[in-house]
Write a protein that binds this ligand. Structure first.
Ligand code: TMP
Length: 207
């Protein structure tokens, strides 16, 4: 059995990730490949409970606590959902993964980068997604889009400098792992972004 591909989508709130998550599974399934769509924080009963706690607008957690909880949930998610699916030849599309911990807890909240690296290697060993689509938008674009679209969760309530740091951390990860992380201009017209995603998926995953 050929192992499935592990694809993650990243970007700050309002970057357009959800729009593209809505059509991407069907695009892959249309080529005869089974897909499991999942998300972080979340994806397991424990992960979904932690998600509720972590996104609660009335809770302010220490960034160490946040990162430890994210990685505890991630370990369960890998064990119970992601790795079994990949082993069965299913492609896993995950709405956020470890790059988000670098971006939000380290970039946004100031947790030392090296601490996240320690947790990453503890929980993942050498495992990385096969491909990551990072939707890049300036902080003010993300902020304006989330404010227009929904009631903000705890992270979405953060101010502009927080999101400028989140973006900086995503771009640092993209510089560090340029083959895995494909940077997509999230400010382009929707159809153009969709076309870029299709090209990246076809050229990276269907070689
Ligand atoms: P979502 O609304 O895109 O599903 O993401 C939920 C929020 O969780 C989002 O604001 C980013 C945040 N988050 C972290 O802070 N660290 C992480 O490791 C992950 C996966 C998400």
């Amino acid at each position: 059995m050929t192992r499935g591909k592990f694809i993650t989508l990243e970007g700050m709130d309002g970057a357009g990730k959800s729009t593209h998550l809505a059509w991407l599974p069907a695009f892959i399934e249309a080529r005869g490949i089974p897909v499991k769509l999942t998300r972080e924080p979340g994806g397991t009963p424990l992960g979904e409970k932690l998600r509720e706690l972590m996104l609660d607008k009335n809770q302010k957690l220490n960034p160490d606590t946040e990162a430890l909880l994210m990685f505890a949930a991630r370990r369960e998610h890998l064990d119970k959902v992601i790795l079994p699916a990949l082993g069965d030849g299913v492609w896993v599309i995950c709405d956020r993964f470890t790059d988000a911990t670098f971006a939000y807890q380290s970039g946004g909240s100031g947790l030392a980068w090296e601490r996240v690296e320690v947790l990453e290697s503890w929980v993942q060993g050498g495992l990385q997604p096969d491909l990551t689509l990072y939707f890049d938008v300036p902080a003010e674009v993300g902020k304006a889009r989330t404010q227009a679209a929904r009631t903000p969760d705890r992270f979405e309530r953060e101010e502009h400098p927080f999101f400028a740091r989140v973006r900086g951390a995503y771009l640092r990860r993209a510089r560090e792992q340029p083959t895995r992380i494909q940077v997509i201009d999230g400010t382009a017209a929707l159809e153009e972004v969709k076309k870029s995603v299709e090209i990246i998926i076809l050229s990276n995953c269907f070689k």
